[in-house]
Design a protein around this ligand. Structure first.
Ligand code: ATP
Length: 234
């Protein structure tokens, strides 16, 4: 479904991503892990069309989408849940959801999709009219994911969904991500919690200083010496 080939990203003089190659097959969860500043968020940004690529390609369903506008890439079935969630705090849960669908869904489909999201995330039904800013961190993360799903994406890009959440809430969020795969969604997951990411992912890529340090199945990576020493505290 997604191929990232020789991606390079620069912010002025800073080369944030030197060379990233990455493949995500339909129905997979692929984890992108690595230390702070390794280039994970920048890579997601380039896939979503938010960050320009200095070199390389992003190929979606066989078509080169490098440099296309974010709305165009979204229309082709890609949704990003950004780091820090960025929901609208002063808008209600319902309004946040509708904004997620507004650009992509015909008005008559909006309500049905919202109902699907409220079935998938019962907590959002309970807090339907509550302002986003009054939800807990875990609830805001659910809302951010639900909002992204409103556009009926086929590929969802999740940036650090565990960030700042209590362990028990993290489990809930990750169970949900596994559910999304069962429903046929494809997931590219950026995560600093490597142990957690490898539990849920089919395959993973480790980035270090803007380059791929290691890639393989989640099982291969979980038993590799490099990953165990650098990321799993073994
Ligand atoms: P984190 O988990 O901390 O977000 P990351 O692996 O997602 O890390 P990126 O956020 O992609 O890494 O950042 C990669 C490098 O690019 C870092 O050195 C960062 O400081 C730099 N960088 C990111 N965004 C910008 C920007 N808008 N302008 C300048 N430099 C940036």
């Amino acid at each position: 479904m997604l191929n990232v080939e020789g991606l390079k990203i620069r912010y002025g003089e800073v080369e944030a991503v030197r060379r990233v190659d990455l493949t995500v097959g339909e129905g997979e969860i692929v984890a992108l892990v690595g230390a702070n500043g390794a280039g994970k968020s920048s890579t997601l940004g380039a896939i979503a069309g938010l960050v320009p690529a200095a070199a390389g390609k992003v190929v979606l369903d066989g078509a080169d989408v490098t440099g296309l506008a974010p709305e165009t890439i979204a229309r082709r079935g890609v949704a990003l849940v950004p780091e820090g969630r960025r929901i609208f705090s002063s808008l209600s849960v319902a309004e946040n959801l509708r904004l997620g669908g507004a650009m992509h869904l015909p008005a008559p489909d909006m309500q049905a999709r919202e109902e699907e999201m409220l079935d998938l995330f019962p907590i959002l039904r309970r807090y339907h009219q509550i302002k986003g800013g009054n939800l807990s961190g875990g609830e805001q993360q659910m809302l951010a994911i639900a909002r992204a799903l409103m556009s009926k994406p086929r590929l969802i890009l999740l940036d650090e969904p565990s960030l700042g959440l209590a362990p028990q809430i993290i489990d809930t969020v990750f169970d949900l991500i596994a559910d999304l795969r069962r429903k046929g969604l494809t997931v590219l997951l950026v995560e600093q919690n490597v142990a957690l990411a490898l539990e849920i992912a089919d395959r993973a890529t480790v980035l270090s200083n803007g380059e791929v340090a290691l890639a393989g199945t989640a099982r291969e990576l979980a038993t590799s010496d490099l990953v165990r020493q650098a990321y799993l505290g073994a």
